[in-house]
Structures are given as C-alpha cells and as structure tokens.
Design a protein around this ligand. Structure first.
Ligand SMILES: NC(=O)c1ccc[n+]([C@@H]2O[C@H](COP(=O)([O-])OP(=O)(O)OC[C@H]3O[C@@H](n4cnc5c(N)ncnc54)[C@H](OP(=O)(O)O)[C@@H]3O)[C@@H](O)[C@H]2O)c1
Length: 334
C-alpha cells in the first residue's frame, strides 16, 4: 500500500519528527473527472509550519487536521486518469500532501508541467517552482530593485534566500545575507555569491554588523524572518527604502514579537508590503521562462538539499525549519 506522512499531533514550539507518523493508506479509486498521481518530489516549505499548529487557519489556508497527510506542494506524474486535461504520463505541480499517491481534480494550484530534458526534474520544485516564483515576484514586483541598492535578505541561505540573492546581484544590488552559522555565512559568499554574509553565530549584534557594511542604510530588505530581525533592520533604512514581507519564520514556533519603530517608515518615506506568490499565477509562465533561461545560461544556480524516500520527510522538514539544510529542501521519492 502507498505511504503517507500524517500530522500525529499539533507541534508546540520547535517541531520534531515525533509530530508526524508514517502510515499506509489504500490506493484511491479514481472517480470520473479525477486523476491519480504518483508523487516524485515534495517541496518542503517553511510557511506550512504555520498551518500545523493547533487552532491554525486563516484567510489563506485551513489549519491542518490531525491524522491526515500533511499539506505540501508536490511534483507528481499521472498514473491513472478520468480527466481529459490530465492524461497518464502528464507531470503535475499541485498543492496536495506528503503522500506517495494523490487523488486530484485539477483544482488548488494544480497545473500540468512541461519539464525540459536538460533541467533536473527537482528544479521544478525549487527554482522553477513556487520557491522561484516567490523569490522573483517578491523581489521584482514588490521590492523593485535598482542598480546600486543595498539589499538585505534574512534567512538568506534557505530556498527563497539563495535565489533572491543571486537575482538581486544580477540586478546590480549590493547583497547582504543574514544566516545562523559562520559556516553557512562562508558558503553564502563563496558559493551562492552574496557580497557579504552576517551570521548570528559570529556577529550576534546585528545592528552594529549592519551599520558596518551598510553605513548609508538599507534600500531594500527582503524579509523571511520577521520579529527582532525586522525591528533591527527597520532602524537602519535609507530614504525611500522598500521592505518586502515574504515570511516571518522567527514567529512560527514562538510567540509573536510586536513590530516597533514604525516611525522610521515615516521619516524614511519607506514602503513595507507583504505578498503571497499565489496571487500572481498569471505571471508564472513568464517568470518561469525567465528563470529557466537564467539557469541555462549559468547566471542562476539552484542550491538544494535532497532527502531520499518518504520516510525522510519528517526529519527533512525539521532540518529545514532549524537551519540544518542549505538552499531548497526537497524529498525525492524515486
Ligand atoms: N509569501 C510567500 O508567498 C512565500 C512563499 C514561500 C515562502 N515564504 C516564506 O519565505 C521564508 C523562507 O521559506 P523557505 O521555504 O524558503 O525556507 P528556508 O529559507 O529554506 O528555510 C528556513 C530557514 O529560516 C532560517 N530560520 C529558522 N528559524 C529562524 C529564526 N528564528 N530566525 C532567523 N532565521 C531562522 C533557517 O536558516 P538559518 O540557518 O539561517 O537560521 C532555516 O533554514 C519563510 O518565512 C516562508 O514562510 C513566503
């Protein structure tokens, strides 16, 4: 029988693999208008942690139910179909769950995928999937970088952060990445190509570290972390700064920290704006073509960490949440 990863209990604080349970589930029957996919790659996304907590659920997604497969974005291949638009063999990108097989009707961010032979399949769950869309749309639609801008990215060594840094540098920005460890900071400058990396390990005083590398202030802040990091950067803005609120991972496993220093936004004539990548579905094909061509010409590199087999999913998710992975965290099922 196919396997799935259920939410065994609502995590409290730092998530652990014990919050999940691997279970066998019957292979679903396929009704008229539906199709069955065999999942090949899971995208592990930090944002989903929000909807695992007890009482979670908002205007965007419902909270996850106990003893049900954990919601996720996946890449799968149609293996049985009673849907005219999804014949057997079609590759599909969908928001479904951590399960080896998913029964779908084509709704909920589901779309057929045209995957090029010269690009690894996994890239369609990272640079060419929702992560790449988030990075590109957040940076260019919300952040609107200009050459010469000083850009700061929090959680810069993660999935979204590694792409934003490369795109911003190509757009002429000075790129400063914030990460946890000194080793990750080294990797960020040596491999990912950030101009500067600041780690909490070697420079715990973020305000002074930033003042040193961005003395004239920050023009563009791409924030994945929220809380204290956002409060600190808000006090070091340049005039006309833009703050892209992409995520707030520091708040997903702990109490919400209030935002202070909003007066800085007034005097610096700054703009702070949140966004959800899924509001820009119409732009996906164009953004995907842009990113695909950047991968081909070598101006963009995918950084990912791949775990093999569905059984690795709980550990992989915890590693990603707590900074033990680098780049996009994926589970490959074949
Ligand atoms: N708005 C949207 O449409 C959208 C779409 C996708 C993702 N997002 C958001 O983008 C952000 C990144 O998501 P992702 O999936 O790409 O995850 P990711 O960056 O690959 O992984 C999360 C990273 O965040 C860092 N982190 C964890 N706890 C932290 C803390 N308390 N303070 C500072 N850093 C912390 C860790 O790296 P370190 O080792 O550096 O600590 C960790 O590896 C998340 O906030 C997510 O919700 C938004």
């Amino acid at each position: 029988m196919p396997l799935a990863v259920n939410l065994a209990r609502h995590p409290e604080g730092a998530i652990t693999p014990d919050d999940f349970e691997i279970v066998e589930v019957p292979r679903p029957e396929v009704p008229e208008g539906w199709f069955l996919i065999r999942n090949r790659v899971f995208s592990l996304d930090a944002g989903f942690r929000q909807w695992m907590s007890a009482g979670a659920g908002d205007n965007y997604l419902t909270g996850m139910a106990l003893n049900e497969p954990v919601q996720s974005i996946v890449l799968g291949e149609v293996v049985e179909s009673r849907h005219p638009d999804y014949p057997v063999g079609t590759l599909v990108n969908a928001r479904t769950a951590w399960e080896e097989m998913s029964l779908l009707d084509g709704s909920d961010l589901c779309a057929p995928l045209q995957c090029a032979d010269d690009i690894p399949l996994q890239d369609y769950m990272s640079t060419l999937g929702p992560t790449g869309m988030t990075a590109w749309l957040g940076l260019f639609r919300i952040g609107q970088p200009k050459a010469g801008d000083v850009l700061v990215v929090s959680a810069a060594g993660g999935a979204v952060g590694t792409i934003v840094g490369q795109l911003a540098k190509a757009a002429g920005c000075k790129t400063i990445g914030l990460v946890s460890s000194a080793a990750k900071a080294q990797w960020l400058t040596d491999e990912v190509g950030y101009d500067v990396a600041i780690s909490r390990e070697s420079q715990p005083d973020l305000a002074s570290a930033l003042a040193e590398v961005a003395p004239a202030g920050v023009d563009l802040f791409f924030d994945n972390v929220g809380g204290g990091v956002l409060n600190t950067v808000m006090q070091q803005l340049a005039e006309g700064a833009r703050l892209v609120l992409c995520g707030a991972i520091s708040q997903y496993e702990s109490d919400v920290e209030p935002i202070s220093h909003t007066w800085e936004l007034v005097t610096k004539r700054a703009r702070m704006e949140g966004f959800m990548f899924s509001d820009y579905v119409d732009e996906f094909p164009k953004v995907m073509a842009t990113l695909e061509s950047a991968l081909r010409d070598g101006s963009l590199t995918t950084f990912d960490q791949q775990y093999r087999g569905i059984e690795q999913t709980p550990q992989a998710f915890c590693d990603m949440m707590h900074g033990a992975s680098r780049g996009k965290c994926l589970v490959v099922l074949e």
